[in-house]
Design a protein around this ligand. Structure first.
Ligand code: AMP
Ligand code: MG
Length: 532
């Protein structure tokens, strides 16, 4: 095993070696080693990721592997460091934040030449820990581990998770900030990504009028992570910002497609590579609700609610544009990038919704009307997003083609298939559902206009509509059992979510199901705090 330290070797670091919290000026990072833990044990690791980056699973399972993944040992070439960044939190500039409990170990180069930074989260204090302990609890680490690998399997750009290691130490957390602090088991996740650079890494230099380092970081990012754009120049800076806008639009569109709510879209949690990063109080949509957020800190504002995510991504890109302004010294190129975001998200959002419904991607067709009409129907009654879309593809071809059926019998037949997605036990004839039935008939006509054959339409719908997602209560069940030492649910979910679009008929009864009623308001299942 040999690592590289490209980021550290290329860029200026903190001259101070004091590991106590301090402000770090004119530097991109501080060298700091992970704090060893007492009794590390490997709880889980990602075989798909290990295979992808060429790490032998036997190494991960070896005592050396576990020690490295726990932060107790370094291997050749590692120069561990915490990154310096700032950020806008809930709309306000927060100043210096930085990796308060994450430590980058170094870059692993795979056989294809791709570099992967390994980062331990929960590995002890750094100069950016401020008043906190640098540690992470098992519940949040398990959530990050499971969700990042499941997002990858869903085809959503994301940082990855190689391993989940129990530290053998306890961590004190006040989960609901109500004075009830308790000891919880600690854990460490080894996150892996081409880079963990965030919008906030640029913002901190702009806020401090340190244009020299701003430019150095931009040039480093372009050379190492956007090499196809060519050497830095006004034109390539513009192309770079534009690409960040496009990637961010694609990422958020994917979140909306699968029903993911990030929960804390602060600019320090926005990856410059357009990867989903920093899994905290995230959640998955059960009943479709654009106003839903799992994050208890956001219950007043709903700033980061499901339906706001595209708009917030845009707001965050505006902050990035402001930060990058000194490199451009004119607003037009940045404005063009932001305009690209707006048109990209509008286009890809509509295409995505058409694809979910199995309607042709033709803006002039009635498809747009069908999509818009559905948006008004979600409010009529609580409808499970995942099951609704998946069941649509199970409606038989004859429902579309028959000419003899009355509207009532069409609606009843639709109900036979899609009814399982409804949370309330209401009759299909309930008067309040009238707009939904209008929609059903409109949708049927839209599909009839399509020239795609029935089978390939259903198949392509099933490629964009996952059958299995990491429902909040499933994650919580895996946590409850893992805290008691039983890892079976964690492993079962891991394997289920590796193939979220596959039918997996033997898993259907257990996992292709609506959120149970007991989980509706249960902490961890529907409400999550930032305390992790
Ligand atoms: P987050 O809300 O997870 O994005 O974290 C915001 C900031 O708080 C980042 O700078 C984190 O590194 C820092 N932070 C969160 N939890 C801890 C902790 N337990 N110890 C030290 N820093 C933390
Ligand atoms: Mg963060």
């Amino acid at each position: 095993m040999k690592f590289e330290s490209r980021f550290v070797d290329a860029l200026p670091g903190d001259p101070s070696t004091d590991s106590r919290p301090h402000l770090v000026w004119k530097a991109m990072y501080s060298l700091v080693a992970p704090t060893p833990v007492r009794a590390p044990s490997l709880l889980a690791y990602s075989i798909p990721l290990a295979n992808e980056i060429g790490i032998d699973p036997r190494w991960i399972e070896s005592s050396e592997g576990v020690e490295v993944l726990a932060g107790n040992r370094l291997v050749e070439g590692m120069k561990p460091y915490a990154m310096c960044y700032g950020g806008h939190q809930f709309g306000n500039w927060a100043g210096q934040l930085g990796d308060g409990r994450a430590i980058n170990l170094g870059e692993w180069i795979d056989n294809a030449g791709q570099s992967w930074t390994w980062q331990l989260k929960g590995s002890g204090p750094t100069p950016y820990s401020r008043f906190a302990d640098g540690r992470a609890v098992l519940r949040s680490s398990l959530r990050e581990y499971l969700c990042s690998e499941s997002m990858h399997a869903l085809g959503v750009p994301t940082t990855r998770a190689l391993s989940l290691v129990a530290s053998g130490e306890s961590v004190v957390r006040d989960m609901f900030y109500d004075g009830n602090a308790k000891h919880e088991p600690g854990a460490i996740v080894c996150r892996v990504a081409p880079s963990f650079i965030r919008f906030g890494n640029f913002e901190i230099f702009a806020a401090r009028q340190d244009t020299e380092n701003l430019r150095a970081l931009a040039d480093y990012t372009m050379a190492n992570h956007f090499p196809h754009l060519g050497t830095p120049s006004p034109e390539t800076y513009e192309a770079w910002f534009r690409e960040v806008c496009i990637r961010t639009a694609a990422m958020v569109c994917d979140w909306m497609r699968v029903g993911f709510v990030h929960g804390v879209m602060n600019t320090d949690n926005m990856s410059i590579l357009g990867l989903t990063i920093d899994y905290g109080p995230y959640g998955w949509i059960d009943g479709f609700d654009t106003d839903w957020t799992p994050n208890t800190t956001d219950f007043e504002m709903h700033r980061y609610a499901f339906g706001n995510q595209p708009q917030i991504a845009q707001w965050n890109l505006v902050q990035l544009a402001n930060a990058l302004f000194p490199l451009f010294e004119q607003t037009e190129p940045l404005q063009r990038g932001l305009d690209t975001f707006v048109s990209e998200i509008a286009n890809s959002y509509l295409s995505m919704q058409l694809a979910k419904l199995g309607l042709p991607d033709d803006r002039k067709s009635s498809g747009r009307n069908v999509v818009e009409a559905l948006e008004n129907c979600w409010r009529l009654t609580e409808i499970d997003m995942t099951i609704f879309y998946r069941q649509l593809a199970r409606i038989p071809e004859t429902w579309y083609t028959s000419t003899a059926s009355s509207e009532t019998s069409l609606v009843h037949e639709f109900w036979d298939h899609v009814g399982p997605a409804f949370y309330d036990s209401i009759e299909p004839d309930a008067p309040g559902l009238r707009p939904l039935w209008d929609w059903v008939l409109q949708y049927r006509l839209g599909v009839r206009e399509s020239t795609t054959d029935y089978r390939s339409r259903a198949e392509s719908m099933n490629r964009v509509n996952p059958k299995y997602v990491l429902r909040n209560y499933l994650a919580q069940q895996a946590i409850d059992r893992a805290e008691q030492g039983d890892l079976k649910p964690l492993h079962e979910l891991t394997s289920l979510l590796q193939n979220p679009y596959e039918e997996q008929p033997d898993q259907e009864a257990k996992f292709y199901a609506k959120r149970p009623e007991w989980a509706r308001h249960k902490p961890g299942c529907s409400t999550l705090s930032c305390s992790s």
